[in-house]
Design a protein around this ligand. Structure first.
Ligand code: ADP
Ligand code: ZN
Ligand code: ZN
Length: 839
C-alpha cells in the first residue's frame, strides 16, 4: 500500500491521466476508482477534495489519493462530480501518515480520513425549497392557506429556504404536510443542494463613514448637530472611546461589532438614525471565531537545573529523535518546553504540543498563551465543527505555527513540524478506544515526527513503562529533573490503615481520623484540600439487606450506580437509567441500603463534618457542559472552594499554590484494576494526585486510605522510587510475556446472540493458529464485561514478537482472515474489533 502515494506526483496538476483513486470516509479496506472528466482534468491534484457519488444515493467528499490510467476491473467507474480545492487540503506527509496508521492499527484508510478531517471540511447535502419559476401566484387557481402564504412571501425575498428556515418562519416543527401541499400545487420545487458545512463567522460591524472620520471639521460638525440628542451622542462618544481614530485612522476601517456597541444598553434606533444620517455605516466582516491574543509575558528565566535539562535535551537531539523528560511534579517542565518551542518557531518550523483532554483547559494553556499569543492555536475536543475548521485552515495558512491540542490534533495539516511535545505522556487517554482508528497518540506522534524529520519530547513525572523501557534501551534520550522548582519540596505521605475497622461507613471509622485531622488543619490555616475518589455518583450500589439484590443494567453485565441527586440508578457503560425502586424488585423488602462511596456522597458527608467549609465537586456529572470544568477550576483558583472532591479529573496538571492536603479516599480501588498495567497505573495515579499538594513553599500532606497498606505500590510511591518499582514490574512482565517485551493485539468479537458470538470467536481463533509467526494466542474468553448494550463480547489476546516483520505479517494475514470470516453467511452480522497496543 505504501507505494500508492508517490510523493513526486503530489500537488502537480495531472494531465493525461484518466482515473483517480479516491479516499472516502467509509469503513471499506480500499480506495475507489473514479473517472476524471476532461473538463475537470486541469484541477486534479493529489490531496485535493472532490465530490463523488457513492452507491446509489450518497454524495461524498473524498481526497484524491492517486491518479493513473487503469480502469477498475470489477465495476464501471463513475465520474468525479466536482473538485473543491485549488490548493490540496491534505499534504503528502499526511497521506503517508494515514497509510501508516491504517496499516499499523489494522483499520481502513477511510476510517483514518474520517477521524482526520473535521466534518466541516466535508460536504453535506441538504434539502432546499425554491419558488417554482413557472408558478403564477397572482393568477393561481389554488387557494393558499396562511402558512403557505408565509413561505411564499419568504421565498420572494430569499431565493431558497431550508426545512429549518421554514420551521423558523412558521414557528412549528412539522412543516412536511405544508411543503407537500405547496409542491402538489406546483408553487415550489424541492431539490438537494450539496454545500460546504463550514460557514465563516460573519459579523455586522459599524464604522464612521470614512470621509467624516478623515475630516476633523466634519466630525466636529457632527458633534454640534448632535447637541441635545443625548442617546446618539453617547453612541458616538463610546465609539470614539473604543476606537481613537484621531491617533490612527486605520482603526476605523474594521469598525466595532454592532453587538458589542449595543451591549451596554444603547438604543438600536439611535444607531439606525446615525446610519441614516450618514454618520455611521454598517458592513459585514468575516471574523475569526478563535480570539486573537497578544503575547503579554516573557518566558521565565530558567533555574540552574532546568537549564541543565535543556542542554541535555539538545545534546540528545543531535543523535536521537526522541527524548524522555522525566521531571517530578512541579519541576517546571512547562518552562523547558517554552524555550524549545521558541527556538523551533524561530528556526521556521512548526510545533505541536499534545495534552490529555482534560488538561487542556488548565493553567498550562494560559501560560503558553501568555508567551506565544495568537500564533498558538488551541485544538479542543469540545470545539464545534466550525472552530475545528478554523484551526485547520489556520495551520494551512500559517496563522498558527504552534498548536496545543488533544490527541486528534496530530491530524492537522502541518507541513514542516520541527518539534512534537507529548506532555503527561503516560496518560491512558492518549489512546483512542472507539471508533477506529484505535490509535495511541503518543506513539503516532513519534511516527509523525519521523515523517517530518522532527524531534519529539515525551514529558512526565511518571513515565509510561514503555517509554522508560525505551530510554533504558537507549532508544530515547533520557533527561531527569529530580527537584521541584523554587522552594517547594515533594509532599509527605501518610498511610491510613482501614483494615482494623469493620464498620461500613468510612466517615465513622477510627482509621479515617487522620484524614479528618489533616483536613481540619488545612482549613484552620485557610489552605485548600483535594479529595480524590475515582468513582462518581453517590454510592456505587444499592443493595437489598434481605436478599442481596443489587440493580443490574438491562443491557450490560454491570451493576448500576446510585445517583442520589437525580434519584436514579445509572449504567456508566451505556447510559441506561432507571428510578430508584422503593422496595426490592426481587423480594419486596424495603430495606434497601447504599454501599460504598462515590464523589457525590463524599461531598455530602464532608459538608456535614466540616459545616464551615465550602465544598466543590469535579466529576463527569458536574463538568458536562463546555465551561463546567473551567468554572470549577476558576472558583477553586479564586479560593471560593475549600475542599474539592473529584475523580481522576483532579489529578491532571493542576497547579494551585494553596493546596496542601491531598486525600486519596479509597487507595485500594486504584489497585484493583484487572489489567497487567494495574501496578503501573496505580503508581502513576497516586504520584500524580499527590503531586498537586504543596507546590509552593508549604509542604504538602498526602493521606492514602487503604485496607492493604503493605502493598508494594504504596511503598514505592511513598519512597518516590520510580525506578525500583519499574524494575519490579519489568521482571514480572518479562516472565509473563507482557509489553514492552511483546506487542499485544486484542480482538473483540461482538454479536447480539451469545452462541454466534462464541462460535465466531472460536472460528477466528482456529484460523489465527495457522499464521506462521512467533506468537502466543490467549482466549477466546468472555470479556470482563460480558455484555454491553445487548452485545455479547468475547476477547482474544495475541502476544506478538516485537520484530516489525512479525507484526506486519500477522496483521496482513489477520485482515485476510477477518475478511473471509465476514463473508461467511452466519457471521455476516458479527463485528470484529481489532485493538493494536490496547490500553
Ligand atoms: P510540572 O509541569 O513539571 O509539574 P510546572 O511547569 O507546572 O511543573 O511548574 C511548577 C510551578 O513552578 C509553576 O507554578 C511554574 O510557574 C513555576 N516555575 C517553574 N519554572 C519556573 C521558572 N523558571 N521561573 C519561575 N517560575 C517557574
Ligand atoms: Zn431483596
Ligand atoms: Zn448498561
Amino acid at each position: 500500500m505504501q507505494n500508492l502515494f508517490g510523493d513526486e506526483e503530489y500537488g502537480k496538476q495531472e494531465s493525461g491521466k484518466n482515473f483517480a483513486d479516491i479516499i472516502l470516509p467509509v469503513p471499506i479496506p480500499r480506495m475507489f476508482t473514479y473517472k476524471i472528466p476532461i473538463a475537470l482534468a486541469p484541477q486534479i491534484q493529489i490531496g485535493a477534495r472532490v465530490i463523488v457519488q457513492f452507491g446509489r444515493k450518497k454524495v461524498l467528499t473524498g481526497i484524491i489519493g492517486k491518479v493513473h490510467n487503469k480502469p477498475p476491473q470489477a465495476y464501471d467507474a463513475k465520474p468525479i462530480l466536482e473538485v473543491l480545492d485549488d490548493q490540496p487540503t491534505v499534504n503528502p506527509i499526511q497521506i503517508r501518515f494515514w497509510v501508516w496508521m491504517a496499516n499499523y492499527y489494522c483499520c481502513h484508510i477511510g476510517e483514518v480520513m474520517h477521524a482526520a478531517i473535521p466534518s466541516g471540511l466535508r460536504l453535506s447535502s441538504e434539502s432546499k425549497i425554491q419558488a417554482n419559476p413557472n408558478f403564477d401566484r397572482e393568477n393561481s387557481s389554488y387557494p393558499m392557506d396562511a402558512r403557505e402564504d408565509m413561505i411564499l412571501d419568504a421565498l420572494e425575498n430569499q431565493s431558497e429556504l431550508s426545512y429549518e428556515d421554514c420551521e423558523k418562519i412558521l414557528g412549528i416543527k412539522t412543516i412536511h404536510p405544508i411543503l407537500k401541499s405547496l409542491v402538489a400545487k406546483e408553487a415550489v420545487l424541492i431539490f438537494e443542494k450539496v454545500q460546504e458545512k463550514y460557514s465563516p463567522k460573519v459579523e455586522t460591524r459599524i464604522r464612521i463613514v470614512p470621509e467624516i472620520a478623515a475630516d476633523k471639521k466634519a466630525l466636529e460638525a457632527v458633534f454640534e448637530s448632535l447637541a441635545g440628542k443625548t442617546k446618539q451622542e453617547s453612541i458616538l462618544l463610546k465609539f470614539l472611546r473604543d476606537i481613537p481614530i484621531f491617533q490612527n485612522l486605520k482603526l476605523n476601517e474594521k469598525g466595532i461589532a454592532k453587538s458589542s456597541l449595543m451591549e451596554e444598553g444603547d438604543s438600536e434606533s439611535s444607531l439606525k438614525t446615525l446610519i441614516k444620517n450618514g454618520v455611521f455605516e454598517s458592513f459585514k466582516l468575516v471574523v475569526n471565531r478563535i480570539e486573537e491574543a497578544e503575547p503579554e509575558k516573557e518566558p521565565a528565566v530558567l533555574s540552574e537545573s532546568q537549564n541543565q535539562a535543556l542542554t541535555e535535551i539538545k545534546q540528545h537531539f543531535k543523535e536521537k529523535q526522541t527524548v524522555l523528560l522525566h521531571g517530578v511534579t512541579g519541576s517546571g517542565k512547562t518552562e523547558i518546553y517554552i524555550q524549545l518551542i521558541r527556538e523551533t518557531l524561530e528556526s521556521g518550523s512548526q510545533v505541536l504540543l499534545l495534552l490529555p483532554e482534560i488538561a487542556l483547559t488548565t493553567q498550562i494553556v494560559s501560560r503558553l498563551q501568555q508567551v506565544f499569543g495568537s500564533q498558538m492555536g488551541v485544538y479542543h475536543s469540545k470545539y464545534s465543527d466550525n472552530e475545528r475548521v478554523e484551526v485547520w485552515n489556520g495551520v494551512l495558512s500559517g496563522r498558527f505555527s504552534f498548536v496545543v491540542g488533544v490527541r486528534s490534533s496530530i491530524f492537522l495539516p502541518f507541513d514542516s513540524l520541527g518539534l512534537i511535545i507529548v506532555d503527561e505522556e503516560h496518560e491512558a487517554s492518549f489512546k483512542q478506544f472507539d471508533p477506529a482508528p484505535r490509535f495511541q497518540a503518543r506513539d503516532s506522534a513519534i511516527m509523525l515526527s519521523y515523517f517530518h524529520q522532527a524531534k519529539t519530547i515525551l514529558g512526565s513525572a511518571t513515565p509510561s513503562f514503555e517509554s522508560y523501557f525505551n530510554a533504558t534501551q537507549d532508544k530515547y534520550g533520557y533527561v531527569q529533573l529530580t527537584h521541584r522548582y523554587g522552594d517547594a519540596s515533594l509532599p509527605e505521605y501518610h498511610l491510613a490503615n482501614l483494615s482494623a475497622d469493620r464498620k461500613k461507613n468510612l466517615l465513622k471509622l477510627d482509621s479515617t481520623r487522620l484524614m479528618r485531622e489533616k483536613i481540619q488543619d488545612a482549613l484552620d490555616k485557610n489552605e485548600q484540600v483535594l479529595i480524590f475518589q475515582n468513582r462518581r455518583g453517590y454510592s456505587p450500589y444499592i443493595q437489598c439487606e434481605d436478599c442481596g439484590w443489587t440493580g443490574q443494567c438491562i443491557q450490560c453485565d454491570v451493576s448500576l450506580t446510585y445517583h442520589q441527586f437525580a434519584e436514579e440508578l445509572r449504567c456508566h457503560y451505556c447510559g441506561y437509567k432507571e428510578k430508584v425502586p422503593s422496595s426490592c424488585p426481587a423480594c419486596g423488602s424495603t430495606q434497601l441500603t447504599t454501599m460504598g462511596m462515590g464523589t457525590e456522597r463524599i461531598e455530602e458527608s464532608l459538608s456535614l463534618l466540616f459545616p464551615e467549609a465550602r465544598l466543590g465537586r469535579m466529576d463527569l456529572d458536574t463538568t458536562r457542559n463546555k465551561y463546567g470544568y473551567q468554572r470549577i477550576l476558576d472558583e477553586f483558583g479564586a479560593g471560593q472552594i475549600d475542599i474539592l472532591v473529584g475523580t481522576q479529573m483532579i489529578t491532571k496538571g493542576l497547579d494551585f499554590g494553596r493546596v496542601t492536603v491531598v486525600g486519596i479516599w479509597d487507595g485500594d480501588r486504584i489497585l484493583n484494576f484487572p489489567d497487567f498495567r494495574a501496578g503501573e497505573r496505580a503508581f502513576q495515579q497516586i504520584t500524580q494526585v499527590a503531586g498537586r499538594a504543596g507546590r509552593r513553599s508549604e509542604k504538602g500532606q498526602v493521606i492514602i486510605q487503604s485496607r492493604n497498606p503493605d502493598n508494594e505500590v504504596f511503598e514505592k510511591v511513598i519512597k518516590g522510587d520510580y525506578y525500583e518499582y519499574f524494575r519490579h514490574e519489568m521482571m514480572e512482565r518479562k516472565s509473563f510475556y507482557y509489553p514492552p517485551y511483546v506487542k499485544l493485539v486484542k480482538i473483540t468479537t461482538r454479536h447480539t446472540d451469545f452462541k454466534i458470538t462464541e462460535k465466531a470467536a472460536l472460528a477466528l481463533h482456529r484460523e489465527m493458529a495457522h499464521i506462521p509467526v512467533k506468537k502466543i494466542v490467549l482466549g477466546p474468553e468472555k470479556a470482563l464485561i460480558g455484555r454491553i448494550k445487548n452485545q455479547y463480547q468475547f476477547e482474544s489476546m495475541i502476544k506478538l514478537d516485537r520484530s516489525s516483520n512479525t507484526q506486519a505479517e500477522f496483521k496482513t494475514q489477520l485482515n485476510q482472515i477477518l475478511e473471509n470470516l465476514q463473508a461467511t453467511p452466519e457471521f455476516r452480522s458479527v463485528r470484529w474489533i481489532i485493538d493494536v497496543d490496547p490500553n
